[in-house]
Design a protein around this ligand. Sequence first.
Ligand SMILES: [Ca+2]
Ligand SMILES: [Ca+2]
Ligand SMILES: [Ca+2]
Ligand SMILES: [Ca+2]
Length: 446
Amino acid sequence: MKKLKYFFPGLAIAFVVALSVPMINVYADSYSQNFESFNLGTVNGQDGWSVTGPYDQAVVPSPAISGARSFRISNAVTSGSFSDQTFSKSLANEAGEGESTNGGMSGGTRQDHFEAQFDFASTQLVHQPGLFVSVSPDRGDGSRMSYLGFEDTLDGIDVSFYDVQGTSSPANFVSTTVANNLSRSAVHTAKFFIDYENGPSNDVVKIYIDGVLVHTGTTWENYYRFDSEASREQTPRTTDNLLFRTGGTAAPGTSGFGLLFDNLSLVSSMNPVVLPGTLVAEDFGVVNYEVPGGLGFLKGYSAGFGVTNATFAGATSVVVKLYSGSNLLQTNTAVFPKFSEITGTQFSSPFDVSGNFDYVTDGYWNNVREPQYGQSVAATRVVATVTLANGKVVTVGNTNLTGDPTTIFVLTTPTNKEACKNGGWMTFNNPTFRNQGRCISFVERN
Ligand SMILES: [Ca+2]
Ligand SMILES: [Ca+2]
Ligand SMILES: [Ca+2]
Ligand SMILES: [Ca+2]
């Protein structure tokens, strides 16, 4: 929230409020407007903005929200019409889902994500009875896909959100108050964050007020899909601009006052595609057996992994790490093209500790051991990271070890007294010793 310097009509008091620069360069298409280059007076015809009806709106000097100009609108004049009300400039690339229709009001490359953010503030510190302005994402003819209403109430500005829930006709419009009694002496920020999804009942609208997510709802897509009132064009609509609308009961006393809007930004972009494939930990156990095919004894651990909604066919990297707590013990890296023989949904990775497993003949894994690779500490965790054929990197860990790892420790027994000295007594595990003296006496006895 930013502090709004106060404004009295007729007094040209310029002031500037520092603003963070919106990060818009990562988006497919964006438009931002701070009104600084606009002429004072009606916004109609300036930079693609349009308002052809007799509404009380203007680009005004101080009390600007920031810089020296803001857009002001009141509901001193209202009407039930749409197409003559105030529309912002449109984005080049419209937003919507596959079935959305644009009625010739939007165009470009269809995007599935739409954002609109703007600052708003009261022109007055005092209550303006009856003041109400709505702001909606739209395509340019009043085909609103979402809605925020800004109402000046006794204790401050209330913000209400409407969406359409269910598939009934007439549509079930549901109102939610998303902000209550916002200070009239501060600048506030509102944001629509809309994801359009193909099919009914699934669009997602997130509303942010002053940077905080205050509500998650849906669009008006089901009004256009199912309400007989929309039968002439029974499809959801695209959005590429904002509609600032004054309908309902007029509040003539707000003439020349009302609300200020500034620092508007619009964005349309494509949501990142979520690639299929999830790695799943299966088994992680202590093993001790002779591996068929003359591969020797595997006396250590085996870790199994699976993949859902994909296969390992075409995987380009597989790395499995064995840990004791946070200490790395061993790393298995898949050897290609040998590993490419695994085209199904499961693999297992062997970590030998005290056997003689023949990794080279097996051919699937390049095994690297750390100085402590499990000879005398237990593995507690295994982590696999796989790059699937579609490029998605998936990873999963498993700490659910089965079996007794002490059974695979390398047994070490001192055979001479020198081996017990200089801390050597601490390295033995068959048996273990409490001090150097115990170690030496063990050697002497055996
Ligand atoms: Ca401005
Ligand atoms: Ca448009
Ligand atoms: Ca209120
Ligand atoms: Ca949808």
